[in-house]
Design a protein. Structure first.
Length: 313
């Protein structure tokens, strides 16, 4: 397949990336000093794009690649791709679902426990010698609390399983109630936020969910409430979040994702009620390998004339 030319928009799990480079001729847009010059040179020969969640595949890029057939995304989220434009052009878009469910759910539950039990604060408390002056103030119990899941999809279900094992009650919100799900469904997000202790954000990013966790939802979650976001920074109005945490309208937050990664609002750094992570939901060797292999397998299948494994569009 070495005669097939792929445009790589960003790096992913190195061993899988190297396998892609062995099978295909890969042009690395993310390393190009002159992006336009590279596109002008190789654009007419490119038949596939490989992208990560950080990359934008928009109309301008698609138009620069007249022979484009497939966009293979490393990650389950495809919010970086203009899906309507891809559909109009008859392009195939693939992602890496399922293989990351467990790891993202582990981190989601870890952030829930870390935030309620103030684990990061306790760690700092021991390291900086504060324990010598007295005990850490009490935290909050996990069991018995209600977790409201925004986006009860594949990862949401894996999170619910874990939260139930911790003795939490589950409720959920999404576009519509799901058949054969016994948990209470809330048609309105703000109503669920009012009734739950932990609001777990695990819905897709993109225009449909932009800032749906707004000031009103955060106020409804309230001073005893905790927001956990392992989805996309774009789902939460970050300015409203910082303000709500600063003035106590919202109790606490566990955040793996942000609106302008890797930039994080500095106001959060000084807040003890906040636990921060650098977008690592799926970042284990095992899962990143599975995601990487699936990304490359989708390209291989397509160019071998077979159906791709995990098609979104
Ligand atoms: C990864 C993710 O960080 O799958 C996603 O959509 O956000 C994460 O699993 C990302 O895919 C890495 O590019």
């Amino acid at each position: 397949m070495k005669d097939i030319e792929i445009l790589s928009l960003g790096p992913f799990y190195a061993p899988s990336y190297e396998a892609m480079e062995r099978d295909f001729t890969v042009h690395k847009l993310w390393l190009a000093k002159e992006r336009d010059a590279l596109l002008a040179k190789v654009g007419s020969r490119i038949r596939g794009i490989q992208a990560t969640h950080r990359d934008k595949t928009d109309v301008g890029l698609m138009d620069a690649l007249p022979k484009l057939e497939i966009i293979a995304c490393f990650g389950v989220g495809v919010d970086g791709v203009d899906l309507d434009a891809a559909r109009q052009r008859g392009l195939i878009v693939t992602n890496t679902p399922e293989v990351l469910n467990e790891c993202v759910a582990d981190l989601a539950m870890g952030l829930t426990v870390a935030t309620l039990r103030r684990i990061s604060l306790g760690d700092r408390f021991v390291r900086n010698g504060s324990w010598l002056k007295g005990p850490l103030p009490f935290a909050r119990k996990v069991g018995g609390k209600t977790m409201g899941i925004l986006g009860y999809g594949r990862i949401g279900k894996a999170i619910a399983k874990r939260a139930e094992a911790f003795g939490m009650q589950i409720v959920y919100h999404g576009r519509k109630p799901q058949a054969e799900v016994s948990y209470k469904y809330y048609p309105k997000l703000v109503d669920m936020a009012r009734d739950c202790d932990v609001l777990m954000v695990i819905c897709p990013g993109g225009p449909a969910t932009h800032h749906i966790v707004n000031a009103e939802v955060l106020r409804a979650l309230g001073p005893e409430g905790t927001l956990v976001n392992v989805a996309r920074g774009s789902v939460v109005d970050e300015q409203a979040l910082v303000k709500a945490l600063a003035d106590g309208t919202l109790g606490a937050a566990g955040l793996d994702v942000f609106e302008d990664e890797p930039r994080v609002p500095e106001a959060l750094f000084a807040m003890d009620q906040v636990v921060l992570q650098p977008h690592v939901g799926s970042a284990t060797h095992e899962t990143r390998k599975a995601m990487g292999d699936l990304t490359v397998d989708n390209l291989r299948a397509h160019f071998a004339g077979k159906p791709v494994l995990t098609r979104v569009v």
